[in-house]
Design a protein. Sequence first.
Length: 317
Amino acid sequence: MHLSPWVARGVAAPAVALASLGFFPRQRPAPKPKQPFVVAIVERGSDWAGLQPVARFTGSGWVNTWPDPEGRDAPVPDFLQLPTSWLGKPVPRQWVLWSMSGAHMRGRVVAARRAEGCSGPIALVLQKTKATEPEKLRGFRVAVDSNQPVEGFRPVTTADPEWNALQPAVAETFRAHESSVENSGSLPLGSSSTARLITVPVTIESLMRPVSASGPVVYYFEATKRLPINRALGVSVAGWLTRSSARGPWTAFDVSGRVLSRDSAPVPVRTPIGLFRVLGRVYWLMRITDYEGSDTTLYDVSAAGTREILTTGGGGC
């Protein structure tokens, strides 16, 4: 490689000259603060629909100051008297509701109430229109109070070209982690059940990816092995997969497992419902479900791994 005269002679070259030769990377400008916005999940009751705020972006970071769920008889302040501290400002009236497919619509909140259940959060009730009837909102999962885009997710199925590459990657990841699942010996019949699971094929229960093709694409999976004599019993393994190129090796990260029993949470436990791109980072909003209720967790997700930002309780019974 030809060096400039300054470098060849061991003399410090002017920074401008070195930068022009590519020795110094160009300084990227610091990310500009982003307009704050509030994130809510769409709640559908028997005869009403509403929004539960679960996170808000302050312009530089994420917080949640909406009150925690309480018992069904806990008082709810009058809608016009909701404290500004709950969202860092008066409760917005206008919201944009987003579906998993990327479709979006506007909605207006007009009241506050306690969500249904033994315990529940305070929800903002949507004004009733033909578009906001509970059944019409089945595909809408997330709402924001600004023009912040919310990207959706889609399942990867056997009909997708990427399935043939992902299926063996999920199976290999499962086999690499199933023996380390804590309490796997607690299955009925103990070690006999564990031995039987060795020959059981891996079933992919959920395999999700962002709708957007901007890469590298990160996938989330949940897979199981279940005892043939009782499908409620078995082992579940979940985690993320990605690769740097179309022909590159798969990398699995943040993989965890659990024993399945009659009393365990259903599969899948985590369901991604919305993706935000903010200040150069990618955030996944995921619904966490068990038999008694559900929570909502926001993750910072990249090819290097995941980081939990915050979790908001959704109540239950």
